[in-house]
Design a protein around this ligand. Structure first.
Ligand code: LLP
Length: 416
């Protein structure tokens, strides 16, 4: 491994300064997502450099944020792509990825999706069950094709993350138990329409303890050795995504340390090492820019700050009780006051924070909700006929609109 500094600098926390955020809000309105290309670039380079001389690939997990501008940016940085639906595969292709750059994951791939994946000859179809393996083998045989298969193994390791985003326990629906994987690889080797290319594992997301990720990597390496001894050749080990970020602004796992642990566990395998980072590349690079639309408090009751963004634009707090920092773009002078920061949606779970200490805020004030680069826009919805917000990409001091706000006509275009 080449010499690296012990820790590379963390990506910049904000995609733009206050004046730029004000300009953006004045130009495109709120709510809006603002992403910083420089922070994404820094995060990508940090991960990439941490591999040193080890043969490796970074498969950007498109599910975190698949807007064209972001996908094109990571491609330009040298990334490959992890797609979790045929929609994401097609977006990757439109962004210039070739099929040999794309791995396709998903716990329930339809026949149509499998057929397209085989026709494209994707880098790997990450198979999740014996049934799927059988369907894929037949479908590829019918077309006279050979499908490139990686097997997603479930190592029964607790990622110690939120249960809703933990995927590596045998009680989870993902992958095949690792102890049946060798037999399935023998099955793959016996089928002329399948080619074994890799082992895939992904134990969860927003993981802040690196040990479970390292143990999953070690389990995969043991399986790879077993396959080698059985004469089954593969090309890569894919350790999935999952590294968390510090939503509270505190200490996050060091991405360099994470990659070094993978290289330490698997570098000796002689295989290409792949990871599928989503959040750690784009999460901290984005903010949700929103405006205060109401402030209300009755005697003896809580004080509510109502924003023009809600769970339709950022559903992580509603879904996972997730914490996001919330800050006025121009903090007013005055004592911090505990408030509930809520959205305008007709659900009580449409709450970004409870009892959050904020400086005084007034109607019309601009607010940012930090770390909204991943799983915010990507999980947005049209609930209440709310339009999808615009997306803006900053690069240095410059910025451009990479998605305009959805109009009512856009929204209704599919209906008659
Ligand atoms: N690879 C696979 C197979 C995955 O399922 C995922 C995430 C990733 C990679 C990327 O994981 P990351 O590096 O971003 O942790 N909506 C949730 C997160 C769901 C993650 C699903 N899979 C959230 O807002 O926290």
């Amino acid at each position: 491994m080449s010499a690296l500094p012990p820790t590379a600098a963390a990506p910049a926390a904000s995609p733009a300064d206050a004046a730029t955020l004000e300009q953006i809000a004045a130009s495109v309105g709120t709510p809006a997502y603002v992403y910083g290309a420089d922070a994404i670039t820094a995060a990508y380079r940090q991960l990439d450099a941490a591999f040193g001389d080890a043969p490796h690939a970074i498969h950007y997990a498109m599910k975190a944020n698949s807007s064209l501008a972001i996908v094109r940016l990571v491609r330009a940085l040298g990334s490959a792509a992890d797609a979790n639906s045929m929609g994401e595969v097609e977006v990757a292709l439109r962004c210039g990825f070739t099929p040999s750059d794309i791995v396709f994951t998903g716990v329930g791939k339809s026949a149509v999706e499998l057929e397209r994946a085989v026709a494209l000859d994707l880098l790997a179809i990450n198979v999740e069950s014996p049934g799927e393996l059988e369907r894929l083998a037949r479908l590829a045989a019918d077309r006279g094709a050979v499908a490139r298969v990686a097997l997603r193994v479930n190592p029964d390791i607790d990622a110690q993350s939120h249960p809703h985003i933990s995927t590596g326990l045998k009680s989870n629906k993902f992958g095949v138990p690792i102890d049946v994987a060798a037999a399935l690889f023998r099955e793959i080797a016996s089928r002329p329409s399948l080619k074994a290319v890799g082992i895939h594992v992904h134990i969860g997301s927003q993981i802040t303890a690196l040990d479970p990720l390292e143990r999953a990597a070690e389990a995969v390496v043991r399986l790879a050795a077993e396959l080698r001894d059985a004469g089954i050749a593969i090309e890569h080990l894919d350790f999935g995504g999952g590294v968390g970020i510090a939503y509270d602004g505190g200490v996050a796992p060091d991405p360099t340390d994470y990659v070094r642990r993978i290289v330490r566990a698997a570098g000796g395998s002689g295989l290409k090492l792949a990871i599928e980072p989503g959040r750690v590349l784009v999460g901290a690079a984005g903010v949700l820019l929103t405006r205060v639309v109401d402030v209300k408090q009755f005697a003896g009751a809580r004080r509510f700050v109502v924003l023009d963004a809600g769970m339709t634009e950022l559903m992580r707090p509603a879904l996972y009780g997730a914490f996001h920092r919330i800050e006025p773009v121009r903090p007013r002078a005055g004592a911090l006051v505990p408030v509930d920061v809520v959205g305008p949606i007709c659900e009580s779970t449409d709450t970004f924070a409870r009892d959050r200490a904020l400086p005084p805020v007034e109607v019309g004030d601009l607010i940012v909700i930090r770390d909204s680069g991943a799983y915010a826009a990507a999980m947005g919805s049209n609930y209440l006929r709310r339009p999808l917000p615009p997306e803006v990409l900053t690069e240095g001091p410059a910025w451009r609109v990479t998605r305009r706000r959805q109009t009512l006509d856009d929204m209704l275009a599919l209906e008659s």
